[in-house]
Design a protein around this ligand. Structure first.
Ligand code: NAP
Length: 243
């Protein structure tokens, strides 16, 4: 799909990876809706950065724990700019928890934000999309090769892959739906780079992903019309240690 002039919605687009996705899409000539939850100031900064690139952006708040807020986000984009062509389900929560200590609260939070919200957004996106569209669901290599920690997170990201594959079948040939399964890119909030550097020592690449490597992968999936239902592992080969 030619991206120039088209409309993209990026959830959790105010900061960190989401912000990098927003800027990459703007650089590719897209009009970008920067969804945010709490990071209002960061969202405004990201919008200003997009505008400094000579592209258009707007910020929209929605608490993705709430079904109505998730469901109505796509309709708010339609009202403002028309039907979006691209949906990037990037927003997520990432909290630890094993089988034995995961609380119902932790479980419910992950399922609401990481799985139910993308489902509702995809459903509304599919209802309004015009002649062509793309969905990219941001997931994690841990969803394919689960570890012991982050139980609810991993389950939601695994189900997001299945949702990607099912939607790819149902929405073909108008909409391509793919998953980007990331490895180490940024340390979780509250951790510094030494957290990641320790982690990646075991990975074949022995370093975290560069942000440009991640945004290039997103652009590749959006520009290619013949890839659908794919899970692109962008993890520096981490999965090879578990295969
Ligand atoms: N960081 C990595 O190295 C890594 C590795 C593997 C996979 N991933 C995946 O890549 C994506 C981005 O990663 P990240 O580290 O940049 O994520 P992050 O900072 O942990 O979260 C991304 C955004 O999700 C939004 N969000 C969370 N709860 C929300 C809610 N209730 N309502 C609305 N928005 C909510 C937040 O928006 P606000 O700040 O506006 O509240 C946040 O900025 C995620 O899907 C993650 O699972 C990341």
């Amino acid at each position: 799909m030619e991206l120039k002039g088209k409309i993209a919605l990026v959830t959790g687009g105010a900061r960190r990876l989401g912000r990098a996705f927003v800027l990459a899409l703007a650089q590719a000539g897209m009009k970008v809706v920067v969804h945010y939850g709490r990071a209002a100031q960061d969202a405004e900064k990201t919008v200003a950065q997009v505008q400094a690139l000579g592209a258009e952006a707007i910020a929209l708040q929605a608490d993705l724990r709430e079904a109505d807020a998730a469901r109505s986000l796509v309709d708010r984009v339609v009202d403002l700019w028309g039907a979006p062509h691209v949906l990037v389900n990037n927003a997520a929560v990432f909290e630890p928890g094993t089988l034995q200590d995961t609380t119902l609260e932790n479980w419910t939070l992950h399922f609401r934000v990481n799985l139910r919200a993308p489902f509702l957004l995809m459903q509304r996106f599919a209802a309004v999309v015009e002649s062509e569209g793309k969905i990219v669901n941001v997931t994690d290599w841990r969803a394919v090769y689960p570890g012991r920690r982050y139980l609810a997170y991993t389950l939601t990201k695994a189900a997001l892959i299945t949702l990607t594959q099912m939607a790819a079948r149902e929405l073909a040939p108008r909409v391509q739906v793919n998953a980007l399964a990331l490895g180490a890119v940024l340390p979780p909030p509250g951790e510094d780079m030494t957290y990641l550097e320790r982690l990646v020592q075991r990975y074949p690449a022995r370093r975290p992903a560069r942000m440009e490597e991640v945004t290039d992968a997103l652009l590749f999936l959006l520009r290619n019309d013949y890839i659908t239902g794919e899970v692109l592992l962008l993890d520096g080969g981490a999965h090879l240690l578990h295969g």
